[in-house]
Design a protein around this ligand. Structure first.
Ligand SMILES: CCCCCCCC(=O)SCCNC(=O)CCNC(=O)[C@H](O)C(C)(C)COP(=O)(O)OP(=O)(O)OC[C@H]1O[C@@H](n2cnc3c(N)ncnc32)[C@H](O)[C@@H]1OP(=O)(O)O
Length: 385
């Protein structure tokens, strides 16, 4: 797996290129064949989960000392990008495993890291991230889920909403209020296990896209967990949640990039096959210009995303700006490019007989989750370079 110092700001190393080739081959052979059915039936992509685990690609970011592949941020981006190119729902597996576990990696005790990163690396349990609530989305610090100390335990009560892979994951990073007088400084982070008494899940949301990735509410009803499940010090949970997003918004950019590339690749092939007025529609300059614009936007998004991944790896001071910028830009590109791909396929593009309408529906969420693109602008404006 690629090492952390192997890439400069913009250029993936030879190892990164090899990783891309192998993930692309795996994704095309083992994930792409199920993408349409996973979407149509709104079912978890078990085939993708199995293929990713078998090839050690389900959580590549886990450091080697905990049995992981120790992939750097760019390698993680490449894995997510290549899986998203064929199936966005499946790309949420490596993405959410990073999102859910990064709070532990960034701020957790050595004991917590050993306890939870090891099974994650082995594919014995995924990790979900519980920040949002029914009434606390963009205003994450307005959360109400409460954790109250009781001797050597914390007792959690509340509801988290929009939790990706809820019910599938074994482990949950949960942000909860430990001091209601302090807003963001009164929030702490915890690891909760699916098997903890009092944890339950709502019905899967019926969504426009990423239908293969279950999104459910998570309920905490007097969930009593040992005090050493707190991630970092009391009151640092919100900062940990935000620091995590600085790194993982780049994985959403990767996902957007993959979806856009998948749509461009499909449209490129289609315009050579489809004949109108006696020749392939790709011979018309109007169509060529659309493809050129799509490729140009994707390339710009890729450069921004890879540069952000390099900053994530190095922990550069301007990561907050760059992560938000990459997520915002790449997700807008994904929406534009997938919409243009549908346009290029005309009436066929609008049907489920072709994959581009799925890609267009899947692209939409990348403008919304891990902070709407309006929130990204708040973040960028507060952290201008
Ligand atoms: C991977 C695929 C799965 C996808 C699943 C998707 C599920 C999700 O979408 S996850 C949830 C997404 N939610 C979000 O992104 C939340 C959006 N909201 C936000 O980011 C914030 O609430 C935001 C930016 C609006 C700021 O909120 P606000 O309440 O004004 O807080 P703010 O005053 O900036 O910060 C509070 C404290 O946190 C700390 N903080 C804020 N940002 C950071 C940061 N980037 N790094 C470190 N600390 C930070 C600050 O130190 C600040 O403390 P201080 O007052 O001492 O400076």
């Amino acid at each position: 797996m690629a090492g952390s110092a192997d890439f400069d700001l913009y250029r993936p190393s030879e190892e990164h290129d090899m990783l891309r080739e192998s993930v692309r081959a795996l994704a095309e052979a083992k994930i792409a064949p199920y993408a349409a059915a996973v979407d149509e039936e709104a079912r978890f992509p078990q085939e993708a989960q199995d293929a990713l685990v078998a090839n050690d690609l389900h959580a590549v970011h886990v450091p080697e000392e905990y049995g992981g592949a120790g992939a750097d941020a760019l390698a993680t981006v490449i894995v997510i990008e290549e899986v998203a190119r064929v199936c966005a729902s499946s790309s949420l597996i490596p993405a959410v495993n990073k999102l859910g576990s990064l709070p532990v990696i960034l701020s957790g005790s050595e004991e917590l890291k050993k306890k939870y990163m090891t099974p994650l690396a082995k594919g014995q349990g995924g990790f979900s991230y519980c920040l949002s609530e029914p009434d606390a989305g963009s205003d994450a610090a307005g959360m109400k889920t409460r954790a109250v100390r009781d001797g050597d335990f914390w007792v959690l009560n509340g509801v988290k909403r929009w939790i990706t892979n809820a019910g599938e994951s074994e482990f949950y990073t949960v942000m909860a209020v430990t001091d209601p007088t302090k807003r963001s400084k009164g929030i702490s982070a915890f690891v909760v296990e699916k098997s903890d008494e009092g944890v339950s899940f709502g019905a899967p949301e019926k969504k426009l896209g990423i239908k293969g990735s279950p999104t459910r509410e998570v309920y905490f009803d007097n969930v009593r967990i040992p005090a050493d499940r707190m991630i970092g010090a009391e009151g640092t949970g919100f900062a940990t949640a935000m620091k995590t997003l600085d790194h993982t918004r780049i994985t959403i950019a990767a996902q957007a990039l993959g979806i856009a590339q998948g749509a461009l690749d499909y449209a490129k092939g289609y315009v050579q096959e489809r004949k109108q007025f006696g020749k392939p529609i790709g011979d018309f300059q109007g169509v060529q210009f659309m493809l050129a614009d799509m490729a140009m936007k994707i390339e710009a998004a890729r450069q921004l995303t890879y540069a952000a991944a390099a900053k994530s790896e190095r922990g550069d001071a301007d990561l907050t700006f760059q992560g938000a910028a990459a997520k915002c830009f790449a997700s807008d590109v994904a929406m534009e490019v997938t919409t243009d791909a549908v346009q290029l396929l005309g009436g066929y593009g609008y049907t489920r007989d072709y994959p581009v309408e799925r890609m267009m529906r899947d692209a939409k969420i990348t403008q919304i989750y891990e902070g709407t693109n309006q929130v990204q602008r708040i973040v960028m404006a507060r952290n201008l370079p």
